[in-house]
Design a protein around this ligand. Structure first.
Ligand SMILES: [Zn+2]
Length: 54
């Protein structure tokens, strides 16, 4: 399982901070912090993440 991915919006690398945190949770936290307008504006739309092979 990939442990990091690139944000589709800003291109930043997202990594879960805690071992028990899933990548999906880390992406959601990133979006709420960096792109709240996207989280609020498109609630029905799923955020797609691109797994990174590093
Ligand atoms: Zn971002």
């Amino acid at each position: 399982m990939a442990r990091s991915c690139a944000c589709k919006t800003c291109g930043k690398t997202i990594r879960p901070k805690a071992k028990e945190m899933s990548l999906g949770s880390a992406v959601r936290i990133h979006y709420w912090r960096e792109h709240p307008e996207i989280m609020r504006g498109k609630p029905a739309r799923k955020i797609k993440t691109r797994a990174k092979t590093a």
